[in-house]
Design a protein around this ligand. Sequence first.
Ligand SMILES: NC(=O)C1=CN([C@@H]2O[C@H](COP(=O)(O)OP(=O)(O)OC[C@H]3O[C@@H](n4cnc5c(N)ncnc54)[C@H](O)[C@@H]3O)[C@@H](O)[C@H]2O)C=CC1
Ligand SMILES: O=C(O)[C@H]1O[C@H](OP(=O)(O)OP(=O)(O)OC[C@H]2O[C@@H](n3ccc(=O)[nH]c3=O)[C@H](O)[C@@H]2O)[C@H](O)[C@@H](O)[C@@H]1O
Length: 476
Amino acid sequence: MPIKKICCIGAGYVGGPTSTVIALKCPDIQVWVTDLNAERIRMWNSKDLPIFEPGLGDIVNACRGRNLFFSTEVEKHVADADLIFISVNTPTKAYGVGKGKAPDMTSIESAARMIGRVAMGKKIVVEKSTVPVKAAESIKRILQAAENKNAQFEVLSNPEFLAEGSAVQNLFHPDRVLIGADQTTDGCCAARLLAEIYEAWVPASVILTVNTWSSELAKLYANAMLAQRISSVNAASELCEVTGADVSEVAKAVGMDSRIGSKFLEASIGFGGSCFQKDILSLVYLYEHYGLQNGAEYWRQIIVMNEYQRSRFCRIIVSAMFNTVARKQITIFGFAFKQNTGDTRESSSITVGRYLLEEGARVNIYDPEVLEHVIISDLTTDSTLQETDQGLGMNSLEVKLRDRVTVCHNAYKAAAGSHAIVICTEWDLFKALDYEEIYTSMQKPAFIFDGKMLLNHAALKAIGFEVHCIGKRIQN
Ligand SMILES: NC(=O)C1=CN([C@@H]2O[C@H](COP(=O)(O)OP(=O)(O)OC[C@H]3O[C@@H](n4cnc5c(N)ncnc54)[C@H](O)[C@@H]3O)[C@@H](O)[C@H]2O)C=CC1
Ligand SMILES: O=C(O)[C@H]1O[C@H](OP(=O)(O)OP(=O)(O)OC[C@H]2O[C@@H](n3ccc(=O)[nH]c3=O)[C@H](O)[C@@H]2O)[C@H](O)[C@@H](O)[C@@H]1O
């Protein structure tokens, strides 16, 4: 029986776009995207979608109300769907055993328990969230333990590889679609039904069916290896700065080797986003769980390098500005963790912003997509800032921090009167700004710290800026 109705649990950065593209490409399938978060569902049903993703709005408009629906009635749509995607969040655990390392599986477990309770008939349950190996086994056990005589379950793994900011393109043209299934007749049959959905637009040659554990692990390793490339090039950046090499040139030369490839070799202030760090920590936790300390240490170093790169960049800023930024105005261009998204999870901008606030600076932020309240909350909900604030003679932490953070809606207004600009996100629009005008409006010497190797440094120097960047020594 072909799939007629899909219910996706979790209307986030993965559930929303993935379900929307399936609805577009499979007009005969009804796709219900469900979430407990009523505000999120309200926004999916409005013209202001809860996430910014290029191209997504048009597809939602084309499908919503036709065969794409957003609802808070999770149980109702789980009950009669043929196929259920579990696309809930799996953040790093913030409490208890495995705190700061293991993925928090609370949402996965509660979704599985609910499916076990309310499902009717044959169900294919697809683990779309990123999970540790053997999670499908746990889901299966939870479903069986429900003793629901009205339902039969097959559990598949189908990890998602989309990147934010290019989600629609990635979903339209995936490098591969990975399906992990039990190597049984029922498992293979369920995998075939899922593959048939993707075959509506993805060539069969890139749909890969493997065993469930390989699928779960492949997702973690894909992210770990992408992050590893960034940490490798960032490790090279420091050596370039002291030796006079240019990390962009080194990366270009290295990446032209077809065995290495040119992508993901851009030096930066470090990778952000909700997944790289979380998934590497999850991998490290797995190694430790199995007593494999060497492997754990090997992968942990990618995060160590990332944190080092961020703090190194912050120190470069303070050191260049005569070893103090207290009471200086610094403008951060970009708050999202990468361009073309409004997502700030684990964004390097947060680290930089907090560091500058701790050093006593006033911080202006300009980002074309991130909402003001998100920026304020990301920057002011850190208890470690308290001590420094008292040092500056301030009495109310939150009020004082807010006093020193200004969210601007225009790059020129943000930069006016500032001592420095810090580029934290690779938004293309920052390249097109009139830096002569900006220079004129700034305090002198006017500094630019390019954390993303985004701008034309020679042109900025010619205007009069003192320029510092990652991976290249600039004579100022
Ligand atoms: N963000 C990304 O680009 C990618 C994320 N992933 C993985 O996909 C998973 C989801 O990530 P995001 O979409 O970014 O998370 P998200 O936080 O944007 O969305 C998750 C949604 O699930 C909802 N939810 C949680 N428990 C629920 C329940 N029991 N019933 C109904 N709704 C529930 C939450 O309210 C939230 O709206 C994670 O495991 C992540 O690692 C994988 C590839 C890319
Ligand atoms: O599991 C996930 O969540 C996803 O994680 C990443 O996607 P994402 O985090 O959305 O974005 P990336 O394009 O990978 O960028 C991550 C971070 O690395 C930084 N980056 C990227 C590339 C590079 O060369 N240098 C670099 O510093 C970006 O600026 C950004 O902060 C992976 O690319 C996706 O394949 C994966 O599905």
